[in-house]
Ligand binder design. Structure first.
Ligand code: BDR
Ligand code: CA
Length: 312
C-alpha cells in the first residue's frame, strides 16, 4: 500500500525535482495534495509553480492549494538570488492550465488529517513551516493524527546558508518551526548536513539530460540553473539537491542514517535567528523530539532519482 503524503512546498527548482520524484513513485507514495507556501518566492508564484510541475509530470488530477502568504510574525524573506525571479528560472514553461483549488491549504491539511484514519498521513514540508504550524495552531487535534513529518530544513554542522547561523526554510519562519518542533508530532529532519552530501555532479546532471525525455531535460536545465549559485559559493563541483532527499527517504529509508535527538529553534536573537540547535552529542537532558539525519548514500540517492525521473 502506498503511503499517503501531502507535499507542502515553495517551488523552487529542487522542490520541483522532489515533487516529480513523488509523482513518479506511485508504488510507494500517494500524493493527496500539494500545498503551496510563501518562501523561495511569494505565494502567487509558488502556487503557480506547483501547478506547472504537476502538469509537466502529467498529473493534473493532483489538487494544488495556496496557503499562507507570509510568515507567522516576521516579514517574508525570499531567495530570488538562488532560484531566479519566478522561483523556477532556467527553462521556460507555459502557464499552467490546471486550476488552483478554492480551499485554503491550511483547511485542506486539517480536513485531510481529520478525515483519513489516524496515523496514515505523512506531511512533507519542503519550505518554511508556516502552513503546518498554522494548521496545528488552529486544529491541535490533528497533531496526534500525523504519521510523520519528514521535512527539509535546518543545519547543525553546516550551520547556515541564508545567514551564517540559519538554514533558509527555518530562518524564513522560525516561529512556525519552533511550534512544529515543539508540537510532539514525529519529525524526521533532512538538514544541510545531509543535503550537502547529495551534490549534483556533471555526470549526474548529464544522466538526466541523456534520458531524452521532456521531463529529463527540464530537470537537467533546472539543476544547471540552480547549481550556479552554490557552486560559486562553496567552490564545489555541484550543488546540494535539498528537497528531493525528503521524498527519497520515504521511498528508500535505508539510504539515510541519523540520530533521534533534541532540536530547538532560535527565535529571540536577531544574530542567530532561525538556528536549529541540535543536541547531536547528547550534552543536554532536553528530550529528543526529532530524527536528525546526518548521512545519505549519495550514489544510491542519485540512482533512485534517475530511475524514477526517467519514468515521467
Ligand atoms: C532550502 O531552501 C530553499 O531555497 C530550497 O528549496 C530548500 O528547500 C534549502 O535551504
Ligand atoms: Ca524548498
Amino acid at each position: 500500500m502506498p503511503r499517503d503524503i501531502i507535499i507542502d512546498t515553495d517551488p523552487g527548482q529542487d522542490d520541483a525535482v522532489a515533487i516529480l520524484l513523488a509523482l513518479a513513485s506511485p508504488e510507494e507514495l500517494n500524493v493527496l495534495g500539494v500545498t503551496a507556501v510563501a518562501g523561495n518566492v511569494p505565494l502567487p508564484l509558488t502556487q503557480r509553480n506547483a501547478r506547472i510541475i504537476c502538469e509537466l509530470a502529467g498529473h493534473t488530477h493532483v489538487p494544488v492549494f495556496a496557503g499562507c502568504d507570509r510568515p507567522l510574525s516576521r516579514r517574508l524573506v525570499t531567495a530570488e538570488h538562488v532560484h531566479g525571479k519566478t522561483g523556477l528560472d532556467g527553462p521556460q514553461l507555459p502557464d499552467p492550465t490546471m486550476a488552483l483549488q478554492d480551499q485554503h491549504a491550511v483547511d485542506f491539511i486539517i480536513e485531510t488529517l481529520r478525515e483519513r484514519p489516524s496515523g496514515t498521513v505523512t506531511l512533507c514540508p519542503l519550505g518554511p513551516l508556516t502552513n503546518i504550524a498554522t494548521a496545528f495552531q488552529r486544529a491541535p487535534d490533528i497533531i496526534a493524527r500525523v504519521q510523520d513529518i519528514v521535512l527539509m530544513g535546518g543545519a547543525y554542522f553546516e550551520v547556515g546558508n541564508i545567514t551564517p547561523a540559519a538554514e533558509f526554510n527555518i530562518y524564513v519562519d522560525p516561529h512556525a518551526a519552533e511550534n512544529v518542533f515543539r508540537s510532539g508530532a514525529p519529525i524526521t529532519v533532512m538538514p544541510l548536513d545531509l543535503t550537502h552530501k547529495a551534490l549534483t555532479t556533471a555526470g549526474r546532471v548529464a544522466s538526466f539530460r541523456a534520458m531524452g525525455t521532456h521531463v529529463g531535460t527540464m530537470v537537467a536545465e533546472w539543476t544547471d540553473f540552480f547549481e550556479r549559485f552554490d557552486k560559486e559559493k562553496y567552490g564545489s563541483e555541484g550543488a546540494p539537491l535539498h528537497d528531493p532527499c525528503v521524498i527519497a527517504y520515504l521511498i528508500r529509508p535505508d539510504l539515510f542514517t541519523g540520530r533521534f535527538i533534541n532540536v530547538e529553534v532560535e527565535t529571540t536573537s536577531e544574530l542567530t535567528m532561525g538556528m536549529t540547535v541540535a543536541d547531536w552529542w547528547g550534552v543536554t537532558n532536553r528530550p529528543a523530539n526529532a530524527t536528525f539525519m546526518g548521512h545519505v548514500d549519495a550514489a544510491g540517492f542519485f540512482a533512485l532519482l534517475t530511475e524514477r525521473i526517467a519514468r515521467l
